[in-house]
Design a protein around this ligand. Structure first.
Ligand code: SF4
Length: 120
């Protein structure tokens, strides 16, 4: 079996082809660097994505604050994690890099603030 994908590890966007025998990866072609090989293998075996969103802020200068996953999350968990963030509200003040949710849904990944807000 063959799986085609575009490498998103850098802006060049190389077209990758992964040859599979069942679930075993036989080869990765089309990559022009090692990162592409690693991306293709990860994409086939354990696809991950970064999550960006916002959460509500109580008593803050702004009603919401932008957040992101500190590292990529399993792709299969993205929707559940986004839903979990809808339930979250935090109290101002918040600084960039503050952990908003520790270990979201047991993934081992923290959700951190990407902006700051003062109290109202
Ligand atoms: S294979 Fe390497 S050069 Fe090509 S898009 Fe991926 S990271 Fe960039």
């Amino acid at each position: 079996m063959q799986k085609d994908m575009v490498c998103v590890a850098c802006p060049l966007g190389c077209n990758l082809t992964v040859e599979l025998e069942g679930e075993k990866i036989i080869s990765v072609k089309g990559n022009t660097c090692k990162r592409g090989d690693a991306y293709a293998r990860s994409e086939v075996t354990n696809p991950t994505r970064s999550l960006t969103s916002t959460v509500k802020v109580r008593n803050g200068r702004y009603p919401v604050i932008p957040v992101k996953s500190a590292s990529p999350l399993p792709k299969s968990m993205l929707i559940d994690c986004a839903r979990e963030l809808c339930k979250v509200d935090v109290k101002a003040p918040i600084k960039i890099g503050d952990v908003i949710v520790h270990d979201i849904l047991g993934t081992g990944v923290d959700i951190i603030a990407t902006n700051c807000t003062e109290k109202k």
